[in-house]
Ligand binder design. Structure first.
Ligand SMILES: NC(=O)c1ccc[n+]([C@@H]2O[C@H](COP(=O)([O-])OP(=O)(O)OC[C@H]3O[C@@H](n4cnc5c(N)ncnc54)[C@H](OP(=O)(O)O)[C@@H]3O)[C@@H](O)[C@H]2O)c1
Length: 302
């Protein structure tokens, strides 16, 4: 949940605002923040209300410092059982809890048979460290291999109005096997929230600077798409981000939608999506805008 440039105080207030506005599912990961800043902020925000929220964590990706390198630190995928076990113990300590309600393998590690990673998550499930297990950023083939070794409750994937790769194989596989699908990037990292400006340049400290979708013609075309959605939001009387989140949540097979927020206002505004009802005219207008824009290349599952 926390992002670079967001203070601990703001991060905690943002999580609290989300909870106060009706959000019950908090998504974090061992690698959100180089030193577990996200997990620590969630611990502080949740306080004595631990049992009122679902805390979903992830293991299998960590930050590796490389002082001589450029950038000086990088994210490393490591799905070895001993590494996963150690990360989960550390996450539980940071969160101040004895179990994760949902624990994902953050991504398959190409250097480790996925059965080995799945086997460790199964052991963590059996030991009560997690109440349910998920897999993120995975192909249908890897979901099937994982599920053969460990009961699989959820799959977390990139999904939004324009990045819909999962509809080809992953989503049908999950529906057929009764696995919940949790969508991340519903707002395309803020682009679909409707507040970005034409010609906006992202600083090096903002990870969006490295994605082609935030540059040049691709960026401008998506801003045109966002403009096409504005009349829908105006007619429904909701902020644009609410309409985008509500549309995402009602797509067949999607079980939960994770939004990110960098301020308490964003968190409480976005929670308004829970009360945003789309009608047929809104769905038709959104569909027409999606078709006119065309898909945007998203992340390929591993
Ligand atoms: N499994 C995975 O590999 C994976 C990968 C990515 C994310 N996730 C999870 O999914 C969650 C959501 O993803 P995300 O945060 O990357 O993407 P997102 O929800 O599509 O975008 C969130 C960003 O949009 C901006 N925003 C949010 N609400 C806004 C509003 N009302 N008005 C204007 N701007 C708004 C904020 O950035 P600014 O204020 O900086 O513009 C915010 O950080 C994450 O928090 C994380 O838990 C999982």
């Amino acid at each position: 949940m926390t992002r670079e440039g967001v203070s601990r105080e703001v991060a905690v207030a943002t999580v609290r605002a989300a909870i106060d506005a009706g959000v019950t599912h908090l998504d974090t990961a061992y690698c959100y923040g180089e030193h577990g800043e996200s997990e620590q902020a969630i611990r502080e925000a949740v306080g004595g209300g631990r049992d009122a929220v679902v805390i979903a964590g992830k293991c299998g990706i960590h930050w590796k410092p490389d002082p001589a390198g450029s950038p000086p630190r990088r994210q490393v995928t490591d799905g070895r059982p001993e590494r996963l076990r150690a990360e989960v113990e550390e996450s539980l300590r940071r969160l101040g809890t004895d179990r994760l309600d949902l624990l994902y393998l953050h991504a398959p590690d190409p250097a480790v048979p996925i059965e080995d990673s799945a086997g460790e998550l199964r052991r963590l499930l059996d030991a009560g460290k997690a109440r349910a297990i998920g897999l993120s950023n995975a192909s249908a083939k890897n979901l099937a291999r994982f599920a053969a070794e460990c009961p699989l409750a959820a799959c977390q994937m990139q999904f939004n109005m324009l990045q819909r790769e999962i509809e080809a194989e992953v989503l049908p596989w999950c529906v057929a096997h009764g696995v919940a699908v949790v969508a991340y990037w519903p707002l395309m990292k803020g682009l679909l929230a409707g507040r970005m400006r034409r010609g906006q340049v992202f600083p090096m400290s903002d990870s969006r600077h490295k994605y082609p979708i935030f540059k040049g013609v691709e960026f401008e075309r998506t801003l045109d798409f966002v403009d096409a959605l504005r009349p829908v939001a105006e007619r429904l009387g909701h902020p644009l981000a609410n309409v985008v989140l509500a549309w995402t949540a009602e797509q067949p097979g999607i079980t939960s939608v994770l939004f990110g927020a960098t301020s308490p206002d964003q968190a409480s505004d976005n929670a308004g999506a829970l009360r945003c009802d789309l009608d047929a005219a809104a769905r038709d207008a959104i569909q027409a805008a999606i078709q006119a824009r065309g898909p945007v290349a998203g992340r390929q599952p591993a």
